[in-house]
Design a protein around this ligand. Structure first.
Ligand code: XMP
Length: 322
C-alpha cells in the first residue's frame, strides 16, 4: 500500500496543481487511450476536465445510466459538459443494474452489486471495446481513509483494498485527485472552468438512489424515491444545508386514501448541517417548509401516506439511511 501525501486546501495552488496533473496524465498515457466514467459529481467532473486537457479526444468519457440516478440527471450532465466542449457518451445500462439489484436487501450487498456491475460488467466491457489501457478515476483522500477505517465500502478504492485492478478488471487506474479532500477538489473544479452548479454540488452517494431505498431497489421503488427527491431538492435548494434527501422506507403504515384504508409507503426526509460529513445535525427547518414538503410529497408521489423528518444526530446516525 502506498502512502499518499495530502495537499490541504490551504497549500493548494490550483493553477500549478492543474498544470502538474495534466502533464502527469499526458506522460502516463503517452500515445494510448484512456476512458473515464462521469457521474456528474464534483470529483468525476474535475477528473474529466483534467483528462480532456491532457488527452483531448484520446480520453473517452462515458456517463453510465444505471437507472438509479436522480430525475433528468444524464441529460443535464451531458449538456453541461457539451458547453465545456467535452463530448460525453451516455451508456444505457439500466437493465444490468436492476437485474444485479434484484432481490438484494442488505446495504453492503447492494453496494457490492453496484460496484461489480459497474466495473466488471459495464465499464470492463467499455474498456475492452474502446481499446483503452487506462482508466481515470476521481478517488479522493477521504475515500481512502474511510475505506481503510472500514467505515464504509466506497466504490473506487480497489488498490487500497489490495485488489489489483489490472488483474481483476484488466486495466490501469490513474487517480489525479488522490491527494485532495473535497474542499480542494471543489477549487480544482472551479479552476478548470466548471460551472458553480458542479463545483458547489451537494454530496450524493455513488450507489445513488439505491442508497435512498431501504430494502430492495426495484425500478418502481426507485421511481418513488426519485419523485420525492425532486420535491425535497426543489423545496430545500438554497436553504444552506450540507445535504438533504428523501428516503423510502420498507415498512408500510396504514393511511387513508379516497376514504379507504391504505397500507401505504413512508418517506423520510433528512436535512443535515455539517462541515465534512463526519458529524452532522438535523437542520432546524421552518415548520412551514416541512408542511409544504409533506403536502407536496403526499399529493405527487403515488402510494405515500406518511412523511417524517429525521431529528437524530450523526453519530450515532449516519447521513444516508443505508
Ligand atoms: P454516511 O451515510 O456514512 O455518509 O454518514 C457520509 C457521506 O458520504 C456519502 N456516502 C457515500 N458516498 N458511496 C459514496 O460515494 C457510498 O456508498 C456512500 N455512502 C454514503 C453520504 O452521502 C455523505 O455525504
Amino acid at each position: 500500500m502506498t502512502m499518499t501525501k495530502e495537499i490541504t486546501v490551504k497549500d493548494l495552488n490550483v493553477v500549478q496543481f492543474v498544470e502538474e496533473k495534466v502533464k502527469e496524465i499526458s506522460r502516463t498515457v503517452g500515445d494510448g487511450l484512456a476512458i473515464n466514467a462521469l457521474s456528474g459529481g464534483v470529483d468525476s467532473s474535475a477528473v474529466t476536465m483534467l483528462g480532456h486537457r491532457a488527452l483531448g479526444d484520446r480520453l473517452h468519457t462515458y456517463f453510465i445510466d444505471n437507472g438509479i440516478m436522480r430525475e433528468g440527471e444524464p441529460e443535464r450532465i451531458v449538456a453541461i459538459f457539451k458547453k465545456m466542449g467535452v463530448n460525453v457518451e451516455i451508456i444505457d445500462a439500466q437493465d444490468e443494474f436492476f437485474s444485479a439489484l434484484k432481490g438484494v436487501t442488505d446495504p453492503e450487498e447492494k453496494r457490492e452489486a453496484i460496484t461489480q456491475t459497474f466495473y466488471k460488467k459495464v465499464f470492463g466491457r467499455l474498456v475492452k471495446s474502446s481499446g483503452a489501457q487506462y482508466l481515470l478515476q476521481g478517488t479522493i483522500l477521504t475515500d481512502i481513509d474511510e475505506t481503510i477505517a472500514g467505515i464504509k465500502r466506497q466504490h473506487n478504492v480497489f488498490e487500497q483494498l489490495g485488489i489489483d485492478p489490472q488483474a481483476a478488471f484488466g486495466y490501469k487506474i490513474i487517480e489525479p485527485l488522490v491527494q485532495l479532500r473535497k474542499d480542494g477538489v471543489r477549487k480544482v473544479a472551479q479552476g478548470v472552468g466548471l460551472p458553480e452548479e458542479i463545483y458547489h454540488r451537494m454530496p450524493f452517494p455513488g450507489p445513488a438512489l439505491s442508497a435512498r431505498v431501504i430494502g430492495e431497489a426495484t425500478r418502481e421503488r426507485i421511481a418513488t424515491v426519485r419523485a420525492a427527491t425532486v420535491i425535497v431538492e426543489e423545496e430545500l435548494a438554497g436553504c444552506g444545508a450540507f445535504q438533504y434527501m428523501a428516503i423510502l422506507h420498507q415498512d408500510r403504515v396504514t393511511g387513508m386514501r379516497d376514504n379507504k384504508r391504505d397500507f401505504g409507503l413512508q418517506i423520510e426526509i433528512r436535512c443535515w448541517d455539517s462541515v465534512d460529513a463526519r458529524q452532522a445535525h438535523p437542520t432546524r427547518l421552518p415548520y412551514e417548509t416541512l408542511e409544504t414538503l409533506a403536502q407536496r410529497i403526499l399529493k405527487a408521489v403515488p402510494g405515500v401516506v406518511s412523511v417524517t423528518y429525521n431529528i437524530a444526530t450523526k453519530p450515532p446516525s449516519t447521513i444516508e439511511a443505508i
